[in-house]
Design a protein around this ligand. Structure first.
Ligand code: HEC
Length: 106
């Protein structure tokens, strides 16, 4: 049910998320810091997993950037994965999702 709802939202938000512009350089640095400090506390400093699953490119292969961004924004209800939409814009989430997928993270 939660998955169906998430997919329905993705279908609506997908095109909007995909069209989001890149955040400015200063914001990108903040996002990378958040990824290491906050996301890293569950997904591991080097994103190899911990309480949360690993977030390396191989793990995200086959998952759309828009779907990954949606998970980041909305969280996964009933699991420790929190929603980040109060801290991250759509643009931030799409940028992070794309970086994670490409493994383009320091
Ligand atoms: C409190 C722990 C916690 C924090 C902090 C956290 N996550 Fe998660 N995350 C999880 C858990 C647990 C799951 C698995 C949820 C499930 O069972 O589907 C998850 C799932 C995910 C997924 C889906 C992975 C997949 O293969 O489908 C992504 C993407 C993700 N998190 C990204 C992030 C990002 C980016 C951040 C930081 C902005 C973050 N998470 C912070 C615990 C966390």
């Amino acid at each position: 049910m939660a998955r169906t709802a998430a997919l329905a939202i993705a279908l609506v938000l997908g095109p909007a998320l995909a069209a989001a512009a890149e955040p400015p350089a200063a914001r990108q640095a903040e996002l990378l810091h958040l990824l290491e400090q906050d996301c890293g506390s569950c997904h591991g400093l080097t994103r190899k997993g911990g309480l949360g699953p690993p977030l390396l490119p191989a793990d995200l292969d086959g998952k759309d950037v828009a779907i990954i961004a949606l998970v980041i924004l909305e969280g996964v209800h009933g699991t420790p994965m929190p929603p980040w939409k109060s801290e991250l814009s759509d643009e931030d989430a799409v940028w992070l999702a794309a970086r994670l997928k490409q493994g383009d993270v320091p």
